[in-house]
Structures are given as structure tokens and as C-alpha cells.
Design a protein around this ligand. Structure first.
Ligand code: HEM
Length: 569
């Protein structure tokens, strides 16, 4: 193990800053002692000046860059994005509150009225530009991609768990990863329904056994396990079998305290929650880990799971050297990767990226889907009817799912109001000038090295973009006249899978896995009731959605499922 990894991350982060900040006092001390008569600089005053030189330097530094940015904007005949009051910690608290309120619908935050389509938020001396305007999102993600990359604020907190895979790379390295991964996501691979069938049957059996005892299940926890098992089988050819772990106790792994490292799935879960926390702090994440690198122990379990599988594939590749390795139809992702390279680290990074990309996003979609089934029995009824009409009791096929228009609209509505990746982040490489959204107003200048946050969940809920009923959960908006009125002419208002060259590679796999699980669920259950952990009734308002990298229900989603009489007939 590398020695630097044993050094607490906070120390590694703070050391260069402390060294930089010690320069002004050293300079003040040296100048005073060298050039001034000690009579004019008694020790107390000198010490005071030394201490004062630190905040003074920070303020001068911040002001200098502020003036520089304003000057650059003026040169382009533009202005900087509007700054938001308050700033610093008060703003951080406000953002936290507004995001919480919005994702839970406890009341409505008028994001557009309050912050505008583009705004600048200063937190701890660093400006972050928040963009919810589709036209600007298009520039960042589709047409001006050369001017934007993922940046240190995203890559630094993610790279320990994902290495330098496709999510955490830019430029030529990203193109290399994308080119390598893309062929794997062809139609044959993404419509592997037998893969879902086996695990969906286990899910149904677990729910049925709970249902017979009139006991609830934590649907979210089940879905984490379902997607992990599907994804490990799909990607590694090695089912992690998390659905079979302590199957009598479906308590949420988020709530459980794992003093010991029980399994790959638990370590992955803990590692992800920790990484999500890190992402919120951007490149300053090491400040969260003052004494030790908290991810190290989870990574060790993940490595212990993955490395033997990778080595086995590399061994098989060596044995079969010289044979025809062209056909990729029946191979799993790791086999495919080992055909492309012998670099164990590269294979591991790519595999982990796919695993994380696949697992939490699909689990999040399915969690929000069932949450809405508990809220809207009429929508549940319509979905069930479509299942009866198109499929009946048999297993769904790829072609069945393509025919189910209401199911697709339902999933899209879930992705609109509960996007599994609620926000995305980029960093500007160069300064860019964008026209204002208000006719006649000056263009907007985004300076280089600006952190840009794109809260997709806000764009997805703006009523100026989606109509006055934007906040309502209504799948029909993807089928009726509203589709042509709002979405067709302005596709950037709906980007749960991102857009442009970095659009999600697993989009179709995700639609298939989600559709498959929902169909199987509705073939067995038609009545979904939210309950608390003891099985007592619970209002939808009591479910709190939070986001680490992906959206999740913070206390799990406890549901009682049963089959109504009318549905059986
Ligand atoms: C509902 C499910 C899913 C959602 C909402 C989703 C969403 C996203 C989003 C927003 C991005 C862009 C990230 C960024 O630009 O920083 C992305 C990228 C990606 N996703 Fe997904 N994803 C889903 C499922 C999947 C699945 C199942 C896989 C793989 C099996 C996958 C693999 C990837 C990969 C490889 C990328 C990186 C693409 C690149 O940077 O070129 N995703 N996804």
C-alpha cells in the first residue's frame, strides 16, 4: 500500500495551503526585522501584523481575481452571472434547505424567480455558477464541450473509488474509454432479459413471503440488491448474490451500522455514501477526513472482490491466446475489457465505473417509481391494465416492452421529477460568452476555471418550460399534446441521462431493467401502501428524498404490497 494513502487526506490537503499561507507572515516578519528599527515594531505589534497578513492576503487575492474577472467580462461587452445573497456558510445552509424542500415537495421553491436561469453563488471564497437554462445546458453539454470538462471538483472526490475510468476522465483519455466501452452496449447486450428474470423472481419471492406475514419490505434496499446482482452478473459474469444476504432481515443497509465489513455490497454502499459526501465538498473533501482515509477499508473489500475475477479473466485470455476473439455477443464486460487491454488497474476502474453507473441509478429510478405507485393508485391501475393487455402473466420480452407506451411515459415522468442524478458538475476550461436570456440585456461571461453546477431536477420542474402543471406527477404529459408543445421543440428540458457526447451509455439497459422489474412487480402485486418500519401507515410526505451522487429515500422506502381482488380477476 502506497505510503501517501496512509497519510490522513486532510493533512495532504492542508499542508500545501498552510505552506502558502505561511508566506505572508514570514514576509512581514523578515521585512520588519530587516528594514525597520525594532523600536517601531515591538514584538506584540509584529506578531499582530504577521497574523493580520494572512486574512489580508486572502482578501487581496479574492478581490484581485474578482476585478480581473469583471475586467475580462467588460472586454467582451458582457457581465458576470448575477451573484446571490447571502454568501458563505449562510448560503450553504440556504442551498441545503432549498434542495431539501424541492426534492420533497414540502413546499415550492421558486428557483427561477429567486435565482434566475443562471446565477453565481459564492461559498468559501469560491464562485459556483448554477445553470438551469436549457439553452446554456446545451452549450455546456453539446455544442461547446471543448470549453468544459469535469474539473477537479468532481474528479478529486470520485477518483479514489473510480480511478481514472470513463466518468473521471476528460479529453483524450475519456475518448479512449468511450471508444472502448461503447461497442459493449449493443442491442443484444442491453436486452438480456433472462439476466433480469432470475433476480426479479427472487425479489418477488422475498416480497411474497413478507406479504404473507402482512410485513413490509424496504423496497429501496431490495432494489439496491437487485441492481447490484444484475449489474455484477451483466458486467463481471459473477453475481454478487446480495439478494441472498440475510434475506429474513430486509432492513435498510443505510440504517444499519456495519462495524465490521460484511460484504462487497455493504462496502460498496458505504463507500458510495462516503464518496457522495466528498462530492458535495468538491476538491475540499479531505477536510471531512481529518484523522484517516475513511474510504480505504471499503476499497480493500471491493478490491478483494474484483481483483480475483479480473485475474481469472486475464488468465483465461492468456490460455486462449491465438483463438478467435472477435465475437462479442456472448461475453461479459470483463471478458471484453480483458480482450482490449492487460492493464488490471484500467480494467478495474472501468468495471467499477460501470457498476456504480448502473447500480444506484436504476435502484433510484425503481425506488421513486414505487413511491409514486403508492401515491397514485389510478396511475398504478393504468399501468397494470397495460401489463394485462400487452403481456398477461408471461415473461416480458424486449418487443413487449417496446410496445408499452404508458410504461415508458411513467418511467420518463419518474426520471423527470425524481432524476436519479439530480445534479451534474462541470468546470470551464476557457472563458465563454453567452447571450442573455433577456432580450436587450448584456451577454454573460463565464470566466475560465469556474465550477458549474447543473441541477437537472430544477430544469425538469420549471413551469415556464413544462407548463403550469409542471409540479404534478402525470405520465400523460409524455403522450398527449403537451409532448409536442413543450418537449419536442426543446429537448434540453429533459436530460436525466445527460446529453451530447457524454450521454449515458447505459440508457437503454436502464429502461429495460426498470421496465422489466415494474412489469414483474405489477404481475404479482397491484396494491402498494407506504408504511413505517413497524408496518404502521405513513403519509407520502414522511418519505425524505436526499441526494449523495444519486437520489435516494433517506430512511428507505417501506412498503406493504398485496394483490387486489379486482386485479386477480
Ligand atoms: C436510470 C438510470 C441511469 C441514469 C439516470 C443515468 C444517468 C447518467 C448521467 C446523468 C450521466 C452523465 C454523467 C456526467 O456527465 O458526469 C451518465 C453517464 C454514464 N452512464 Fe448512466 N445513467 C443510468 C444508468 C446507467 C447504466 C445502467 C449504465 C451502465 C450499465 C450507465 C453507464 C454510464 C456511463 C458509462 C456513463 C459515462 C458516459 C461518459 O462520460 O461518456 N448508466 N449516466
Amino acid at each position: 500500500m502506497n505510503a501517501t494513502h496512509r497519510t490522513p487526506p486532510a493533512l495532504r490537503f492542508l499542508l500545501p495551503i498552510v505552506l502558502k499561507l505561511s508566506l505572508p507572515p514570514i514576509l512581514v516578519y523578515t521585512i520588519c526585522r530587516r528594514w525597520l528599527d525594532p523600536m517601531w515594531t515591538p514584538t506584540a505589534l509584529l506578531l499582530f501584523a504577521c497574523v493580520l497578513s494572512i486574512p489580508a492576503t486572502v482578501i487581496i487575492y479574492v478581490e484581485y481575481f474578482e476585478l480581473k474577472r469583471e475586467g475580462e467580462a467588460r472586454k467582451h461587452g458582457a457581465t458576470l452571472p448575477k451573484g446571490i445573497e447571502p454568501w458563505g456558510l449562510a448560503l450553504l445552509k440556504k442551498i441545503h434547505h432549498d434542495v431539501d424542500v424541492s426534492t420533497n415537495y414540502t413546499s415550492k421553491v421558486d428557483w427561477l424567480g429567486e435565482y434566475g436561469p443562471i446565477s453565481s453563488w459564492r461559498i468559501c471564497f469560491v464562485d459556483t455558477v448554477i445553470v438551469t437554462e436549457p439553452e446554456y445546458l446545451k452549450r455546456i453539454l453539446v455544442t461547446e464541450t471543448k470549453s468544459f470538462d469535469k474539473g477537479l471538483d468532481l474528479i478529486s472526490p470520485l477518483s479514489q473509488i473510480l480511478g481514472s475510468g470513463i466518468f473521471t476522465s476528460d479529453g483524450a483519455l475519456w475518448r479512449f474509454h468511450r471508444k472502448m466501452a461503447r461497442p459493449f452496449f449493443n442491442r443484444e447486450r442491453i436486452s438480456e432479459f433472462p439476466l433480469f428474470e432470475q433476480r426479479a423472481n427472487t425479489v418477488i419471492a422475498l416480497i411474497t413471503s413478507q406479504s404473507l406475514r402482512d410485513a413490509p419490505v424496504d423496497w429501496q434496499e431490495l432494489m439496491y440488491r437487485f441492481t447490484l446482482d444484475c449489474a455484477t452478473a451483466f458486467l463481471f459474469g459473477h453475481d454478487s448474490r446480495s439478494l441472498f444476504e440475510d434475506d429474513t432481515d430486509l432492513t435498510s443497509s443505510m440504517q444499519r451500522d456495519h462495524g465490521k465489513l460484511e460484504s462487497f455490497s455493504h462496502s460498496l454502499q458505504k463507500g458510495l455514501i462516503l464518496t457522495g459526501k466528498r462530492v458535495r465538498y468538491g476538491r475540499a473533501w479531505p477536510l471531512l477526513e481529518l484523522r484517516e482515509d475513511k474510504l480505504r477499508k471499503y476499497n480493500a473489500v471491493i478490491d478483494a472482490f474484483l481483483e480475483p475475477i479480473i485475474n481469472e479473466h486475464l488468465r483465461r485470455k492468456a490460455e486462449s491466446a491465438g483463438s478467435n476473439t472477435e465475437c462479442i455477443d456472448n461475453e461479459i464486460f470483463l471478458e471484453y475489457l480483458t480482450r482490449c487491454t492487460d492493464d488490471v488497474k484500467l480494467i478495474k476502474d472501468e468495471a467499477m465505473t460501470m457498476l456504480l453507473g448502473a447500480r444506484d441509478t436504476i435502484a433510484s429510478t425503481l425506488t421513486s417509481a414505487v413511491f409514486n405507485l403508492t401515491k397514485y393508485p389510478n396511475i398504478c391501475q393504468k399501468l397494470h391494465q397495460e401489463v394485462v393487455d400487452v403481456i398477461g402473466d408471461r415473461q416480458p420480452s424486449y418487443d413487449d416492452i417496446r410496445q408499452m407506451r404508458y410504461l415508458r411515459a411513467f418511467i420518463n415522468e419518474v426520471l423527470r421529477l425524481f432524476p436519479p442524478v439530480p445534479m451534474n458538475v462541470r468546470s470551464s476550461r476557457t472563458g465563454v460568452v453567452w447571450p442573455s436570456t433577456v432580450p436587450g440585456e448584456k451577454p454573460i461571461y463565464i470566466p475560465p476555471n469556474t465550477r458549474i453546477v447543473m441541477p437537472y431536477f430544477v430544469t425538469h420542474r420549471r413551469d415556464d418550460l413544462w407548463g403550469p402543471d409542471a409540479a404534478q406527477f402525470d405520465p400523460d404529459r409524455f403522450l398527449d399534446a403537451r409532448l409536442n408543445k413543450y418537449l419536442t421543440p426543446n429537448p434540453m428540458i429533459f436530460i436525466p441521462f445527460n446529453a451530447g457526447p457524454r450521454i449515458c451509455l447505459g440508457q437503454q439497459f436502464a429502461y429495460n431493467a426498470t421496465s422489466f422489474m415494474i412489469v414483474r412487480l405489477l404481475q404479482h402485486f397491484t396494491d402498494f401502501k407506504l408504511v413505517n418500519t413497524e408496518g404502521g401507515p405513513l403519509g407520502p410526505g414522511s418519505v425524505k428524498f436526499r441526494s449523495h451522487i444519486t437520489l435516494y429515500a433517506s430512511d428507505g422506502l417501506w412498503v406493504k404490497m398485496s394483490k387486489e381482488q379486482q386485479a386477480t380477476s
